[in-house]
Design a protein around this ligand. Structure first.
Ligand code: PRX
Length: 665
């Protein structure tokens, strides 16, 4: 594991400000006051299975009730509620029709150009049923994998729900990934169909989707794919392959608005979502139906304190786990009204978020620190887009997700967006955890900027050393979860061994879930602060990327001999990608270096996707290596930050190289 470089101030470890939950909030909250929180924690501690069984019975509708709560016989391949049967789409849609929410707005779709469409629970149910029948008409069935490569849309959510309805396992690929990334995922998942759109509309521009699907399929190896279903969004010009491609409107046109849900066992894989690890290709994180949905619904109630009249808005994309749990499933499972946003935060102006909150009277707003930091900058430059110019009085709760929120950004969010009235839930979790793990409860937990505070009831988070022994509060270590929980990753698709070694390493005793983050608990309060990844995973704008993936993309270019990628702190994006590259030709300088750096950035964009483009590229004749040939990444991290190397470099084979690598191209 790489060393855990902690910038104490940045992570708020020196933070002394405490913000108790506003009293009015606590009075009506689902979990009101720390006594209520403690009581739930005690319930979990005294009867772990009983606690989860109670919650699963209270918060989900089961077609066949489960009798077996947790099966640990094949650990770490844990099974939850395994003999129970249910359907996720039934829990998100049908039960809302049965409990009086049929005419309630499920989705307020805010298009890129500001057009709004309201979709009721009844409408959404009908759309999903038609979609599901359409999928069935093409022979897609329970257990099949379907890739969804779509922009933010009602149809994107409906596609996920339709797969769930028929028991097909979906794998959403973020619309910003390249053809090559898409192809890799299609092959690994063995997908039988792809659901996409002609184009996506973002920031006033039309960007290709279907053309990228065509390109991915043309790369070969995707023989399992029989159907490409295309939602017509922009009416842009696209190629059509007869027999394989079908318009969504043609597929669903004559389908019935009723579709009996396919009852699946609780462990049935609801979805696979690819995410980056420290080595190799992206991992297909496999989630279950029962345990996953339970936590998506329950965290809507506990963390977001969702109430019938709330308007919830999570700004994530359905291509990420946040968009799965807090757009496609969680809000619908609790019958909430939510905004689904197609656009970008800076179009037509950097006031778009605030304007949209005012327009739809959003009461719960959930976004990423990167977005907050970039909007702080924008409003510093242009006073007109400052939140004070918008009516944000509908807000009652704010959330943050995806990366550490620095105390200054937290304070700005608290003062200017929440107007010191709204608690902030800084939710720590991961693709693998399915839902929130460590977060304040808005009606209970006193908040400290920069700290995600305490684990949710039932989540046995702890900090241990490299041998798996508990470390005392005040001392940093490795974040683990000591007991399995219902919404945890079940396996890595096609790679159970990688699942076991990545998440349940023998060094920690083989029983603790290894999150991959470092953390420290406050001496007095026991609050957790996440200090960053302890592996070679970067977090750029809340997007997770493996340094190895970017390195592999770089060396795949014929001019590159060797590459090493590290993260460097960035004021806006949290971390930025810095690549050190050795070319097969002589080390370029000046204009040539600039030209080649641009070429390589675009190359990485093509290989992985624009989000993986290095912000900086530095060329050297070699990389700093030990005598045994190992790249000394810790030195590269210091160089990337622009700092002077004070560490011991006696094992370094080629110290002269360090000077070359100080300057970016
Ligand atoms: O490093 C942690 C960081 O994001 C990683 C998980 O990334 P991903 O699987 O893409 O899921 C992001 C959305 C849940 C974690 O290992 N992270 C996420 N939330 C926080 C965070 N770091 C600090 N504070 C958070 N609230």
């Amino acid at each position: 594991m790489a060393e855990n470089e902690t910038n104490q101030e940045n992570h708020g470890l020196q933070e002394h400000r405490v913000f108790p939950p506003p009293s009015g909030f606590a009075a009506n909250a689902a979990i009101s006051g720390m006594e209520a929180y403690d009581k739930l924690c005690q319930e979990a501690a005294s009867d772990y299975e009983g606690f989860w069984a109670r919650l699963a019975r209270e918060h989900l509708d089961w077609q066949t009730p489960f009798t077996n709560t947790l099966d640990e016989s094949d650990a770490p391949f844990y099974k939850w509620f395994a003999d129970g049967q249910l359907n996720a789409s039934y829990n998100c849609l049908d039960r809302n029709l049965l409990n009086g929410n049929a005419e309630k707005t499920a989705i307020v779709f805010e298009a890129d150009d500001g057009a709004t469409t309201n979709v009721t629970y009844r409408d959404l149910h009908q759309r999903v049923c038609k979609f599901a029948n359409g999928l069935k008409s093409r022979g897609i069935k329970k257990g099949d994998r379907v890739i969804i490569y779509m922009s933010m849309s009602v149809e994107g959510v409906a596609a996920m729900q339709a797969c769930a309805r028929i028991g097909a396992t979906h794998s959403v690929v973020f619309g910003g990934f390249s053809a090559k990334s898409l192809q890799e995922r299609i092959i690994d998942a063995g997908a039988v169909a792809i659901i996409t759109a002609d184009e996506q509309q973002r920031g006033g521009k039309s960007l290709p989707l279907k053309a990228i699907v065509d390109e991915a399929l043309a790369m070969g190896g995707c023989d399992t794919v029989r159907d490409v279903i295309v939602y017509q969004r922009t009416k842009g010009n696209i190629a059509f392959t007869e027999g394989r491609d079908i318009w969504l409107h043609d597929l669903v046109g004559s389908q019935s608005t009723e579709c009996e849900p396919e009852w699946v066992e609780a462990e049935h894989p609801l979805f696979i979502l690819y995410t980056s690890g420290s080595t190799g290709t992206p991992k297909g994180v496999q989630h279950s139906t029962g345990g996953y949905l339970l936590w998506a619904a329950l965290t809507m109630k506990w963390t977001f304190d969702i109430k019938p009249n709330d308007v919830f808005w999570c700004t994530a994309d359905i291509g990420w786990v946040t968009g799965h749990s807090y757009i496609a499933y969680g809000p619908l499972a609790v019958g909430a009204t939510q905004v689904v946003f197609e656009g970008v935060p800076t179009f037509p102006t950097a006031g778009r978020f605030w304007d949209t909150i005012a327009k739809h009277k959003v009461s719960i707003f959930y976004t990423a620190p990167t977005a907050i930091r970039s909007l702080i900058k924008a409003s510093d430059v242009d006073e007109k887009v400052h939140p004070k110019n918008y009516d944000l009085s509908s807000l009652r709760l704010l959330g943050s997700v995806g990366e550490p929120i620095n105390p200054e950004a937290w304070m700005w969010y608290y003062k200017n967006v929440g107007q010191e009235r709204c608690p902030i839930v800084d939710t720590f979790w991961q693709t693998e955890t399915g839902g929130h793990m460590i977060t304040p409860l808005p009606g209970a937990t006193p908040m400290v900027p920069g700290s995600c505070t305490l684990p949710l009831p039932g989540i046995m988070a702890a900090i241990v050393d490299e041998a798996g022994a508990d470390v005392p509060n005040g001392q940093g270590g490795i974040l683990v979860v000591k007991r399995p929980w219902p919404s945890m990753i079940r396996t890595i698709w096609n790679n159970p061994e990688r699942f076991r070694t990545s998440y349940f390493p023998e060094e920690l005793g083989g029983k603790y879930y290894l999150a991959g983050d470092g953390a420290i608990r406050n001496k007095d309060t026991g609050y957790f602060t996440i200090t960053g990844r302890i592996d070679d995973v970067l977090n750029v704008s809340g997007h997770r990327m493996g340094t190895m993936e970017i390195e592999s993309a770089l060396v795949a270019n014929p001019i590159v001999a060797e590459a090493a990628v590290v993260g460097k702190p960035d004021d806006t994006t949290g971390e930025a990608i810095c690549a050190f590259v050795v070319l097969k030709q002589a080390r370029p300088t000046g204009e040539e270096a600039k030209k080649l750096a641009l070429e390589l950035r675009n190359w990485v964009g093509k290989e992985i996707g624009p989000i993986a483009k290095p912000k900086e590229i530095r060329f050297g004749d070699n990389l700093p290596k030990t005598r045994s040939g190992k790249i000394m990444r810790r030195l590269l991290r210091v160089l990337a930050k622009g700092e002077t190397i004070t560490q011991d470099i006696s094992t370094l084979e080629n110290p002269a190289i360090l000077d070359q690598l100080k300057e970016s191209a």
